[in-house]
Design a protein around this ligand. Structure first.
Ligand code: DHB
Length: 308
C-alpha cells in the first residue's frame, strides 16, 4: 500500500488508525476497530483501577467536532492486557496501549505492567484534560521529566507521549529534552482543555461535569494540531516518530499532517460520527492525493511543507 508507514520501528499497513478514547474501551468495541481498515488498534487510556468516569451528558457532538468530559471511564489496565492478548491472536495489526496516571507514581506501575504483554507500543497519556482538581501533567515540563525518569528503565516496548495542544512555541520548546529519555514517539494533540459550549435555550453549559468545562475535539482544533506536529518535526529533527491527531476527517486533512511531518494520523471524532468505515475512506482519499501529486511513498512527502 502506498500509505504504509513505520512508527518507532513498527510497521503499519496504512497511515490512518483510531485515536485513543473513542469507542475503544471494551473488547467488543476494540474488535470493531480490529476488523476495520484502521492500521492499528489503539486502546482507551487506562488507569490502575477501573473507573466509571463522569456523569453525563459528558460527550456532545458539535457541528465541526465534539466536546467531551468523560473522566477516564475504563476497565482498569489488567483488562487491557487481557484484550491485547486476544486481539493479537486474532488480528494481524499493531496494538497500542495507552496509560493514564491519576498521580505521577501510577505511571511506572502502569508502564511496567505492559512490559511483558502482547502490546506493540505504549503511549503515556500525560495530557488527560478532564479530571476535576487535577492538572494536565504535560503543561508542567518538570512533571513530564519526573515521569520519564521513573519509567526510563522500562523500554521493552517503544514508549511514546500523548501530548496536549501547546499554544505558544515557547511552551513546546522544552519537549526536545524528551529525546534524552529514549522516547520513541509523540502523539499530538490531545483535545483542547477548558472549553465551554453553552445551550442558549437552557442557559446552561451542554456538559454536566466540571461546571461544563470540557475538552474540544475535531475540526476546531486542526490548525493547532498541525502547528504542534510541525514544530515537533522541526525541533526533534526526525529523531522520533510523530503521530498526528486533531480534526482529521478526509484524505486532504491527513495529507496536511503528512506535509507537517506526521508519520501517521489518528481519527477520533470522525470515527465516532461516521463509524469504522472512516479509516478506509480517509486512507483511500490520501492515496489518491499522493498518486495525483506523484508521490510514491509517505516518506517522500513527509515534512515537505513549502513556504510562501
Ligand atoms: C479522557 C479524555 C482525554 O482527552 C484523554 O486523553 C484521556 C481521557 C477522558 O475524559 O476520559
Amino acid at each position: 500500500m502506498l500509505t504504509k508507514t513505520n512508527i518507532a520501528g513498527i510497521n503499519f499497513d496504512s497511515y490512518v488508525m483510531n485515536a485513543s478514547g473513542i469507542n475503544d474501551s471494551t473488547l467488543e468495541e476494540l474488535e470493531v476497530i480490529a476488523s476495520s481498515s484502521s492500521s492499528a488498534i489503539v486502546m482507551k487510556s487506562c488507569t490502575l483501577e477501573p473507573r466509571q468516569g463522569n456523569s453525563g451528558p459528558r460527550y456532545v457532538r458539535l457541528e465541526n467536532g465534539s466536546i467531551q468530559c468523560m473522566g477516564l471511564p475504563n476497565l482498569g489496565y489488567k483488562k487491557y492486557i487481557e484484550f491485547a492478548k486476544k486481539l493479537k491472536e486474532k488480528y494481524q495489526k499493531p496494538v497500542i496501549a495507552s496509560v493514564a496516571g491519576l498521580t505521577k507514581k501510577d505511571y511506572p506501575e502502569l508502564v511496567n505492567a505492559f512490559q511483558d504483554t502482547e502490546v506493540d507500543m505504549i503511549e503515556i497519556n500525560v495530557s488527560c484534560p478532564n479530571l476535576a482538581d487535577k492538572k494536565v501533567f504535560a503543561y508542567q515540563s518538570w512533571e513530564v521529566v519526573e515521569i520519564l525518569q521513573m519509567t526510563k528503565d522500562l523500554r521493552k516496548k517503544p514508549l511514546g507521549l500523548k501530548l496536549p495542544p501547546y499554544i505558544h512555541g515557547e511552551q513546546q520548546g522544552w519537549i526536545t529534552r524528551i529525546l534524552e529519555y529514549g522516547i520513541s514517539f509523540v502523539t499530538c494533540i490531545n483535545s483542547l482543555p477548558n472549553t465551554l459550549v453553552i445551550d442558549n435555550e437552557k442557559e446552561t453549559p451542554i456538559l454536566r461535569p466540571k461546571k461544563g468545562l470540557g475538552a474540544l475535539c475535531g475540526s476546531y482544533i486542526k490548525p493547532i494540531a498541525l502547528a504542534n506536529v510541525y514544530n515537533f518535526f522541526k525541533d526533534l529533527e526526525g529523531g522520533i516518530s510523530i503521530i498526528g491527531v486533531g480534526g482529521i476527517e478526509t484524505g486532504k486533512d491527513a495529507f496536511e499532517f503528512l506535509l507537517c511531518g506526521a508519520d501517521a494520523v489518528q481519527v477520533g471524532t470522525c470515527f465516532e460520527k461516521q463509524g469504522p468505515d472512516c479509516f478506509r475512506r480517509i486512507n483511500k482519499e490520501l492515496e489518491e492525493i499522493l498518486e495525483r501529486k506523484g508521490y510514491n511513498s509517505i516518506e517522500q512527502a513527509k515534512g515537505k511543507l513549502k513556504f510562501l
